[in-house]
Design a protein around this ligand. Structure first.
Ligand SMILES: [Zn+2]
Length: 197
């Protein structure tokens, strides 16, 4: 069963000066409210500049939440389960050895499990283009192979989302939510394979 009922609510749009190129009223700032079952209200905002092409997505839960760790064993049954990733969350597939940590260009998004893996595939492909040494190429290709197996439902793997502000969520009945310990909170932002967004 999926619990991905999103009731799409109010949306609003306004013209603003672009934070990147400084264009006068060249950027459109859009907000869209979503009501997510068992989570509450989320405001998704997008800035898009028609002059320089800058685009940025953010999400914000309107309720105060506690630091939390969400986990799910990904299988072909739950590739379409909804995922809310805030810009402050660290997303990892620890068994495959890949992790995305929040950086200055981090984006919040509402997607599904498949969409999260696709983002990992894209990040790995970018890393393969950037780092030409043998070790990086070997690691990157192994990660890519495993990500494709997960996408094809041939492999199960653990998905972890750790959010110090508790604004993320995996909308699946099999997903587990636990509080983040002080130690885990301290250690967020360090680790193994790091690909910055
Ligand atoms: Zn611009």
């Amino acid at each position: 069963m999926n619990v991905d009922d999103v009731i799409t609510g109010k949306s609003a749009e306004m013209k603003i000066d672009c934070p990147v190129c400084g264009g006068k009223n060249t950027a459109t700032y859009t907000t869209q409210t979503h009501e997510l079952a068992y989570f509450g209200e989320i405001v998704e905002s997008t800035i898009q500049c028609e002059k320089c092409g800058f685009r940025h997505n953010d999400i914000l839960a309107t309720e105060q939440k506690d630091p939390a760790k969400h986990s799910l064993i990904i299988s072909k049954k739950n590739l379409d389960s909804r995922v809310v990733r805030s810009q402050s969350a660290t997303v990892s597939l620890p068994d495959i050895g890949i992790k995305v940590e929040p950086g200055p260009k981090s984006e919040g998004y509402i997607s599904n499990v498949e969409g999260v893996i696709v983002r990992f595939v894209e990040a790995t492909e970018r890393a393969l283009n950037m780092f030409q040494d043998d070790l990086s190429q070997e690691n990157g290709k192994r990660v890519l192979e495993n990500l494709n197996k997960v996408l094809n439902g041939e492999m199960e793997t653990l998905l972890l989302i750790e959010d110090p502000f508790g604004q993320s969520k995996i909308m699946d009945v099999r997903a587990k939510t636990e509080p983040l310990t002080d130690n885990e909170l301290k250690n967020l932002k360090t680790g193994f394979t790091v690909i910055e967004e």
